[in-house]
Design a protein around this ligand. Structure first.
Ligand SMILES: Cc1cc2nc3c(=O)[nH]c(=O)nc-3n(C[C@H](O)[C@H](O)[C@H](O)COP(=O)(O)OP(=O)(O)OC[C@H]3O[C@@H](n4cnc5c(N)ncnc54)[C@H](O)[C@@H]3O)c2cc1C
Length: 328
């Protein structure tokens, strides 16, 4: 039975579960059902009894393994590896599922190397059952999906991309909590001097009915005035892809995507956004998507109901004028 185990490594900070941890549980539950095995989760941190209780009362899992120790108060790669490696070696799960977060990108390769495991990052779907599972993951910046089978031996460590396994699909139930038996190797290898929230969640784009989202194609902070005019005319919030934020053209709380906010407005205007998977996962729940892009092959058109191949700098002022006229 040991080889039919699926472990799910949850991510939390200060007693709050990362939203993608629920999605990882959903992926782990589905995977366990597909291989005829059982799903178990592991939660690491300090003073996390309350959070462990919340999870064990909500999700159907064969076990929730809890490593509660002051040395695990902050994430450090060495600390987490010291807690996870003995547990994974003892339990020998066939699959270990992680949410695809920056923390996972930092820790998963190190764990895979130490375990001699096979590594499958950024999974967006799988099909099949038993030994014949087929996986999908984006390649070439999301322009294509690769279909993969994993060969060889050893556990498979995989991360699941944001929004690929919706949290609403959680199989509700209960999970007995079990303390991790061996925390003797926990040895934090970084000193965390402090954590700074970048931008925070000052703007809650999740409640916006209309979003005007800009990408790198807008060309600079000095080109934003017509975008603000259009948003004002529509009564819309402004959102952005990550390069816009990284370039400092808009504040961090405007970012939409896997490392930003996940939105589902009635109308999403994507202006000069190519449509990389990390952006799409944050906005594909929008009811109507209108894309404007100079490149007819841009992947954003594959999720858009309406598409304009053209220069956003020509189109946006004309659109603003048309909206103002229609409203008057
Ligand atoms: C771990 C990780 C997390 C990430 N998280 C996010 C995230 O949360 N959100 C996010 O958005 N990205 C994220 N990314 C980055 C993502 O991979 C892409 O790089 C990014 O989404 C691309 O942004 P873009 O579409 O604005 O830029 P580009 O890909 O450079 O596209 C610009 C587009 O503008 C078009 N264009 C140029 N000029 C004009 C014009 N005048 N008129 C019309 N169209 C024009 C071009 O044809 C092009 O399609 C993440 C990446 C990683 C690795």
């Amino acid at each position: 039975m040991a080889d039919k185990r699926v472990w799910i490594v949850l991510q939390q900070r200060e007693g709050k579960l990362h939203r993608m941890s629920w999605e990882a549980i959903v992926a782990g539950q589905r995977l366990a059902a597909a291989i005829g095995g059982q799903a178990e989760a592991v939660l690491l941190g300090s003073q996390i009894g309350g959070l462990a209780g919340e999870i064990s009362g909500r999700a159907q899992l064969a076990a929730l393994h809890v490593g509660d120790d002051p040395r695990l108060a902050d994430y450090t790669p060495g600390g987490y590896a010291g807690a996870l490696l003995p547990a994974l070696r003892a339990a020998a799960p066939a699959f270990v599922v992680f949410p695809h977060t920056y923390q996972t990108v930092d820790s998963m390769p190190r764990l895979a190397q130490a375990l001699g495991a096979r590594l499958l990052p950024e999974v967006v779907a799988f099909s099949g059952s038993g030994e014949e599972l087929e996986w999908r993951r984006p390649v070439l910046g999301g322009k294509m999906h690769a279909r993969l089978r994993v060969r060889g031996t050893g556990p498979v460590l995989l991360s699941v991309q944001s929004a690929a396994f919706p949290a609403e699909d959680l199989v509700a139930g209960t999970a007995p909590t079990v303390p991790l038996a061996d925390l003797s190797q926990v040895s934090p290898d970084r000193e965390i001097l402090g954590v700074e929230e970048v931008g925070g969640d000052q703007v809650d784009l999740t409640k916006a009915g209309i979003i005007v989202a800009v990408g790198r194609g807008v060309g600079g902070a000095d080109k934003m005035a017509p975008i603000h005019d259009l948003a004002a005319a529509l009564g819309a919030e402004i959102g952005a892809s990550r390069p816009v934020i990284d370039n400092g053209w808009l504040p961090r709380d405007r970012q939409i995507g896997s490392s930003g906010q996940t939105v589902a407005p009635k109308l999403y205007l994507a202006l000069g956004i190519s449509g990389a998977i990390q952006h799409l996962v944050g906005m594909k729940g929008s009811a109507v998507v209108v894309a404007v892009n100079k490149d007819p092959g841009a992947p954003i058109f594959s999720v858009a109901q309406y598409g304009v191949v053209g220069d956003l700098h020509e189109l946006v002022p004309a659109l603003t004028a048309a909206v103002r006229e229609a409203k008057s």
